[in-house]
Design a protein around this ligand. Sequence first.
Ligand code: SF4
Ligand code: SF4
Ligand code: SF4
Length: 251
Amino acid sequence: MNEVKTSTPVTRRDFIKEITVSAAVGAGAAVMSKPVAAARVGSKTHYGMLIDLRRCIGCHACSVSCKAEFDVPLGATRSWVEYVEKGDYPNVSRSFLPRLCNHCSQPACVDVCPTGATWKRKEDGIVVVDPDICIGCKYCLHACPYDARFINPVTGSADKCDFCLHRVEKGLEPSCVNACIGGARVFGDLNDPSSEISRKIATNPVTVLRPEQGTEPNVFYIAADHSDEHTAAAQGRYVRVDTHRRQQERR
Ligand code: SF4
Ligand code: SF4
Ligand code: SF4
């Protein structure tokens, strides 16, 4: 794969060698150069996704197609759909919130990686992981504010959505977009003002997940309910979020 990387990655063998050398000279933990996130401004193409919750029916076709595309192991997910239930009977509602890696412009996961195994591609803004360089240290899992990553039990490396890079490089849409029967998901170039995603973002109020984290997500939502059950409980309101994901709480 012909890719421009933001730093020179080291191999697993190099990393272990560096740790060994550092320990030998009493230098403590190995200190290595860290990748620098690519800025959106100036990049030729910058892919993003828009999910219009007015069209989402919570069918999970996106999650299932992602599972099939990558043969994602049982118990792990690259793409999932949350249910947000709220209100008091009879005034109750349920809405849906599809989730995936946000391919952030300031990706917290990249800065903490000690080996350069994960980076934001300069040519298209997709945040990727190289399993041959990843040592499975989980730093990126803890740094991501969105719980978008997991350790693949088969490869032992960090894993997550990559916007179906193998399909995008062939001019195809990501599998979840292709499978979305509601037509809720739009994928495209945020730097092209004439793209469908740019036009929809320009003409609709959109939100992103947890903007206070400063990561600048590139997955946008229309009409999304970002209600948090802990905040709601503190205010005496009932909100339940079912993540359908390893029975964990939402992040
Ligand atoms: S959502 Fe998480 S894993 Fe994805 S780019 Fe942002 S910080 Fe990294
Ligand atoms: S687990 Fe994450 S932080 Fe650790 S080497 Fe792999 S990609 Fe980098
Ligand atoms: S496939 Fe589309 S309609 Fe179905 S849950 Fe996913 S985003 Fe919603």
